[in-house]
Design a protein around this ligand. Structure first.
Ligand code: ADP
Ligand code: MG
Length: 703
């Protein structure tokens, strides 16, 4: 326990820190305790095994180290160019060491004639090799110091550097801390795991990650620390899953009854795709299992998730329960309401729509018919979460386009019943499998990986701003063939420091190029009232407007088969998954559709890559993988929603996919044989889980 107290000691008390630096470390790096400092890992290492001879130096080299002696100092230049210069020599030649500040301290610390090791980046000035502001160590001190061959580099901030908390200082502080340790740092994994998976033990890993002696050692330390970090995330997620199924029984939907059959045999307008069939089987199995379903349904835009949702709801209704769908926007909720009402034509099922703009009277009606169970299906937005929305017996809750909802909102829906309903979460954002293991690690996953037949893949093209007239010409032709066009803009109003084409600007241009009365243009953006949005959408949906100008509010789920062209302005501004979502708005009918990316002609490398990927493939999963490689997972979904309440210190959800799968398996096996983790050798897991996750755990009980 004493060691734990030591690790929990406030960082102020570490020698070399003190209150002022402590405050900076708190604020800038989130380092509050000794433990935090130990777990502040280097972001890279510089190889210091190699010494260069002065004759070998050239300005192309990165950091180098040279052993030699200072021959003498001189002051050169004046004003801001004033500097202290030392001639530094080995048996092969001389270079200059240069300082623009700290002169007195330098000449007092490094005496001429003594052997030093100089470390820095070579550059050229006046035809001589210079090293500006080198790091200097005495040659013999370095040999015995904790300083290792691979020198750790820590990221710091300007503020920290201004207070001399450089990467080197952080390394030193960490070194001090490790030297003060009087005990071995206790294991956070049980011995049987450490030995079975041949892990370096924690004590050693925490030393070697900061002061590795060679690359192999460093690799083993990194592996051990990543293993542990990812393992506990998976164990945490899987334990919730296990607990949930231990705690709650699910409603058993044992029959497929009249409503389902009636719909399936009489109303279903087409044959299900094989993927839809497979997913329905998976869902039916869950619904009949006696366990509460918590399933994520992934399927690219247009893959036909709505139908799966509807059929699942019919099963709930056939078994005497109510069902609901929550969508992220009114437009979408509305659309679901219409689609589903149409699909259920002639079948005696009561459906209502509840959104923020529902009138008092209809709210009252909904509340009443929910409670007397005359209402079978409620479709709506966040409004469903309001307290006065009470179901008589909610059996299935469906959440569409999950990434728009936080986990806490899922939780509130889940609590609508004394017994939790089955939960189906649907997302059109394809997520690479290993990332889904973390982001939705407590859910079971179904995938619709097949498009309904007869779809013609969308053609994607890229144009520069200056080629806009070509695009307009193309659009004119499409409109002449009675097709409809989306124009999407990243912003509503031009902001001072971004010159992205904005919506209003776009409206000006487009309405000049496509003037009334020949053309009718509709507009939708986030700042409009729901009623105005609705009216604009309707104008486009009914085919009166040929062009819809919009911000990304139309990103999700809008289904207008006659729209065949998606023009994305300032395409460089959007992420890959967003571009893909937008493109998914077209290609919904039998006609050839087009996605036109317009960008400025000065593009970053990443932007060029994104555009290339978009042109190359229509496969959402492939795009998601590429996106993950290009951006890392951080942006794909906010950490808060991802089931990880902290920043990863060493692992990378994008790059460590294999390891994630590996440790998830291990965690699964452990829970399979010891679901409550009460086995003696496993109690250490509980201690660690508590320490790591207790701060933000409350929501996690839920799906
Ligand atoms: P999403 O998965 O993006 O929510 P939707 O459920 O909106 O996709 O379906 C997209 C379109 O495909 C809809 O017009 C729907 O009627 C149609 N669709 C769905 N399933 C099939 C199928 N099996 N065969 C043909 N068309 C289908
Ligand atoms: Mg949908």
């Amino acid at each position: 326990m004493i060691i734990q107290e030591f690790l929990d000691t406030n960082i102020t008390y570490l020698s070399g820190v003190g209150p002022k630096r402590a405050e900076l470390l708190n604020k800038e790096l989130n380092i509050f305790t000794f433990r935090d400092l130990l777990y502040y890992f280097p972001y890279k290492y510089i190889d210091r095994t190699r010494f260069y001879k002065i004759a070998e130096l050239d300005p192309e080299l990165p950091f180098v180290q040279v052993k030699g002696v200072i021959k003498g100092y001189s002051a050169e230049g004046h004003g801001p160019g004033k500097r202290l210069v030392a001639d530094f020599q080995d048996e092969t030649g001389t270079i200059k060491l240069v300082w623009f500040k700290g002169g007195k301290w330098i000449t007092g610390s490094y005496d001429p004639g003594v052997e030093f090791i100089v470390f820095g980046k070579p550059s050229v000035f006046n035809g001589m090799i210079n090293i500006i502001h080198p790091e200097i160590d005495s040659a013999d001190k370095m040999a015995e110091s904790l300083n290792s061959a691979l020198q750790a580099q820590y990221s710091t901030t300007e503020k920290l550097k201004n207070h001399f908390l450089t990467s080197k200082t952080i390394g030193k502080l960490t070194g001090n801390l490790l030297k003060q340790l009087k005990f071995r740092i206790p294991e956070t994994l049980p011995p049987y795991l450490v030995s079975k998976y041949r892990l370096m033990d924690l004590h050693e890993s925490l030393h070697k990650i900061h002061f590795p002696e060679n690359p192999e050692e460093l690799e083993r330390a990194r592996y051990r620390l990543k293993f542990e970090e990812l393992f506990y995330i998976q164990l945490n997620l899987l334990r919730f899953k296990t607990n949930r199924s231990l705690k709650h029984k699910g409603f058993v939907f044992s029959t497929v009854g009249d409503n389902f059959n009636n719909f399936y045999f009489n109303n279903l307008p087409f044959a299900l795709t094989n993927a839809q069939k497979r997913v329905m089987k998976e869902i039916r199995k869950d619904l009949g299992s006696g366990k509460q379903m918590n399933r994520l349904l992934q399927g690219d835009v247009g893959s036909g998730k709505t139908l799966v949702a509807l059929m699942s709801m019919l099963i709930a209704i056939d078994n005497g329960y109510q069902a609901c769908i929550m969508a992220p926007t009114e437009i979408l909720a509305n659309q679901h309401y219409q689609t589903i009402s149409k699909l259920l034509k002639g079948i005696d099922i009561k459906i209502c729509l509840l959104t923020g703009s529902s009138k008092r009277a209809s709210r009252k009606f909904i509340a009443e018919s929910l409670l007397d169970s005359s209402l079978n299906i409620l479709i709506g937005t966040h409004a469903l979460l309001e307290e006065n929305v009470q179901f008589r017996n909610l059996g299935l809750a469906i959440i569409d386009e999950q990434h728009r909802f936080g986990v806490e909102q899922r939780a509130r829906l889940w609590q609508k019943n004394f017994n939790p309903p089955h939960v189906l979460v649907m997302t059109a954002t394809p997520i690479p499998r290993t990332l889904a293991m973390t982001l939705y690690g407590d859910l079971d996953v179904s995938v619709i990986d097949e498009m309904p037949p007869g779809r013609v893949p969308v053609k994607t093209m890229h144009f520069n701003d200056s080629e806009r007239n070509k695009v307009f010409g193309f659009i004119r032709k499409q409109i002449a063939e009675h097709r409809q066009i989306y124009f999407v803009y990243p912003l509503i109003r031009e902001s001072e420091n971004m010159d992205y084409k904005d919506l209003e600007d776009g409206w000006d241009t487009i309405s000049r190029v496509f003037p009334p009365p020949e053309y009718c243009i509709s507009i939708v953006h986030g700042k409009m009232t729901p009623a105005d949005k609705e009216a604009s959408m309707k104008l486009f949906k009914d085919g009166h407007a040929q062009i819809l100008i919009a911000t990304t509010v139309i990103e999700v789920g809008v289904d207008i088969p006659n729209a065949t062209v998606m023009v994305i302005e300032s395409a460089e501004r959007f992420g890959l998954s967003q571009l893909h979502q937008l493109r998914g708005r077209v290609g919904r009918g039998a006609d050839q559709s087009y996605c036109i990316l317009i960008s400025s002609d000065k593009l970053s490398r990443e932007a060029v890559k994104r555009i290339e990927v978009m042109i190359m493939t229509n496969d959402g999963f492939e795009i998601a993988e590429k996106d993950l490689q290009l951006r890392g997972p951080g942006d794909i979904e906010g950490t808060l929603q991802s089931g990880i309440p902290f920043d990863l210190k060493i692992a990378n959800l994008g790059k460590d996919g294999q390891l994630i799968e590996y440790v998830r398996n291990i965690a699964e096996n452990i829970l399979a044989s010891d679901p409550t983790l009460d086995d003696n050798q496993n109690t250490i897991f509980k201690t660690e889980l508590k320490r790591l996750f207790s701060k933000r755990q409350s929501w996690s009980d839920i799906s």
